[in-house]
Design a protein around this ligand. Structure first.
Ligand code: PLP
Length: 381
């Protein structure tokens, strides 16, 4: 197990040891309900509020603007559905063609049900949002502009602050899906101009099943469900205290690690350069753009990504394929389609995503195995 090379950190991350250590007493000793008035309850309550302050520090907002959720998908749904239910007077939502399915499939379903009018702004071959089209799309009927900060497959960073300015000038609100960016670049609610910001713990070494959403003070949403009124009434249900304290520990570690993220970027750059030097007919998606330092989206032209992923897995290396298998046939990812990538490139896109735990030796071994695996696959053809 220790020989495993894990380069699929955009899918999920290993829970950091210090996070597990912080969580454990909240299962065994401090298990009170944070809303109980006895001392055990108060202990949990204080831990949740301290965690909220840590998340606010990570996201550069006020602690009163942070609510805990179960994941990024839930945070995205709370904003999109909650805002639409609250404001029937404006019908239009503007987003992009490369959003995560938790945004894109929800918006498309709402459009099909005639609840919203949807405009998806396209990107170019490098994943860059067409800002002229964005400008044209946002109008006086626009309720919400929903845009991700970092694209999960390519790592490309979007000009969210500029988009927020355009949106606010038309009286629209701005939702930023920062799930993939958090822990990899500084994320500031204030500087981005975000009215809502979604993050998820399992992308930066907290457990799965915990996330957060920021709601800028003064903005009201319709809750998706009702109950005990926890989390500003937006997310009723007893708080997942152990996960919340673990999430906060991961947030503190992410803040401390960010200044050293250049090390991860240098490893990623070396991985890309060396693979490109050894394997013919490869390209790197989004390479010309500002992007996350941990993500390498490499297209092996005329190869099949799923075959490469399986061959690497057999050698103890975990990565992911852009192309996915649906009902027996392999399809390029919707992101690669949205970027207008030709099929011979899109079918061979492999994503390598590093973490702060990735070592130089792991990159060396990955480069060697990748060149071997791809060359073998190509000669077998
Ligand atoms: N948004 C982005 C950009 C993501 O990459 C993901 C997960 O991959 C999500 C949202 C969904 O997050 P979660 O898995 O916590 O629901």
């Amino acid at each position: 197990m220790s020989d495993l090379i894990y380069l699929d950190n955009n899918a999920t991350t290993r829970v950091a040891d210090e996070v597990v250590t912080t969580m454990t007493p909240f299962y065994r000793e401090h298990y009170g309900n944070p809303h109980a008035i006895h001392s055990l309850g108060r202990r949990s309550h204080d831990a949740v509020e301290a965690a909220r302050a840590d998340l606010a520090a990570l996201l550069d907002c006020d602690a009163s603007e942070v609510i805990f959720t179960s994941c990024g998908t839930e945070g995205n749904a709370i904003v999109i559905r909650g805002l639409i239910d609250r404001h029937p007077e404006r019908r239009k939502v503007v987003s992009t063609t490369v959003e995560h399915p938790s945004v894109l499939t929800l918006l498309r379903a709402l459009e099909r049900a005639h609840v919203i009018e949807l405009e998806l702004v396209p990107v170019d071959r490098e994943g860059v949002i067409d800002m002229q089209r964005m400008n044209d799309a946002i109008d006086d009927d626009t309720l919400l502009v929903s845009v991700m900060l970092a694209q999960n497959e390519t790592g490309v960073l979007h000009p969210v602050a500029r988009i927020a300015e355009l949106a606010h000038a038309s009286g629209a609100l701005v939702h930023v899906d920062a799930v993939q960016a958090t822990g990899k670049v500084p994320v500031s609610q204030r500087e981005l101009g975000a009215d809502f910001l979604t993050i998820s713990g399992h992308k930066f070494h907290a457990p799965k099943g915990i996330g957060a959403l920021t709601i800028r003070r003064g903005i009201a949403l319709q809750p998706l469900w009702y109950g005990g009124g926890q989390e500003l009434g937006m997310r009723s249900g007893t708080e997942a205290v152990p996960s919340i304290v673990g999430f906060a520990a991961a947030a503190r570690a992410a803040v401390a690690a960010l200044p050293h993220y250049d090390r991860v970027r240098a490893l990623r750059d070396r991985l890309e350069t060396e693979i490109r030097a050894r394997v013919d007919d490869t390209s790197v998606n989004g390479a010309t753009q500002p992007r996350l330092g941990n993500t390498a989206s490499i297209a092996f032209h005329d190869s099949r990504a799923d075959e490469i992923v399986r061959a690497l897995d057999a050698e103890g290396i975990c990565v992911s394929a852009g192309a996915a298998c649906h009902s027996g046939s392999v399809e390029p990812s919707s992101t690669m389609k949205a970027m207008g990538k030709p099929l011979r490139e899109a079918m061979g896109v492999v994503r390598f995503s590093l973490s702060r735990y990735t070592t130089s030796e792991e990159i060396d071994r990955t480069v060697a195995v990748v060149s071997d695996v791809v060359q073998r696959a190509n000669t077998a053809r």
